[in-house]
Design a protein around this ligand. Structure first.
Ligand code: ATP
Length: 241
């Protein structure tokens, strides 16, 4: 088990946003976390990456407890978080945004290794290569999302946390974005994916958890959840063909 969340509860003041949540992610898997607005998905990712603190429970990563580690320490340990709403540096080029994604490893790995990884991101996202010198702020929404993910990959994380990558994107763009996330898995990348687009997420993922008002209410193989009548009624708008 690469990432293990053990009965965590997270609060905003005295509002409890996560209630006794447990889940795990194995090496090489894509695990999806689906749920409606306000279910606590972002809160969970922020708790894993150290932006919020769990009041109860434990988070283990790669055999070590990180529940109380700093956000910077958690990045160094190998967790990279791509937050909601694609936060890229608008006034930097595509290339420089990718370079910045690797700043934590710059001293350790050197420029050559990092340039090689940028080429690898370009292989995954050819659209970014065509636009390598373009200012990030002038990219389309889908391209910015690719760039945000590419920047996350540049940290060479053991786990990539993706928060709502499909948000605000047209269906066709979502489809190609999810194909790229599948390609990331082929390259060995482990991913924890938060999505409101349950159908796309379940089609892509190996396993999934359904979160409702801060609790895990269902979990299992993504294929099984796609066929589950409760999931279909609540999240897929009826039966899936
Ligand atoms: P969405 O898909 O809409 O982003 P989500 O599943 O990611 O939803 P969260 O953003 O994690 O949900 O929110 C979970 C709950 O915590 C919600 O009830 C929300 O109102 C509450 N919450 C989130 N951020 C704060 C905050 N800073 N202060 C107080 N309550 C918050």
């Amino acid at each position: 088990m690469l990432l293990q969340i053990d009965s965590i509860s997270t609060y905003y003041g005295h509002i409890q946003a996560l209630k006794d949540v447990s889940l795990h992610v194995n090496q090489g898997e894509i695990v999806a976390l689906v749920g409606a607005n306000g279910a606590g998905k972002t809160t969970l990712l922020n708790t894993i990456s150290g932006l919020l603190r769990a009041r109860e429970g434990r988070i283990l990563f790669d055999g070590k407890e990180i529940t109380r580690s700093s956000a910077a320490g958690i990045v160094r340990a190998g967790i990279s978080h791509v937050p909601e709403r694609r936060q890229v540096f608008d006034t930097l080029t595509v290339y420089d945004n990718l370079l910045l994604g690797a700043y934590q490893r710059y001293r350790r790995d050197g420029r050559k290794a990092i340039e090689k990884d940028i080429e690898r991101v370009f292989e995954l996202f050819p659209r970014l290569e065509e636009r390598r010198k373009q200012m990030a702020g002038t990219l389309s929404g889908g391209e910015q999302q690719m760039l945000a993910i590419g920047r996350g990959v540049m940290a060479r994380p053991k786990v990539l946390l993706l928060d709502e990558p499909s948000l605000g994107l047209a269906p066709l763009i979502v489809k190609s974005l999810f194909e790229m996330i599948a390609a990331l898995r082929e390259s060995g990348q482990t991913v924890l994916l938060v999505e409101q687009n349950a159908r796309a997420a379940l089609k892509l993922a190996d396993r999934a958890y359904v979160l409702e008002t801060g609790r895990v209410v269902l979990e299992g193989a993504a294929q099984d959840l796609l066929q589950d009548s409760r999931v279909q009624a609540a999240y897929l708008g009826g039966k899936v063909e």
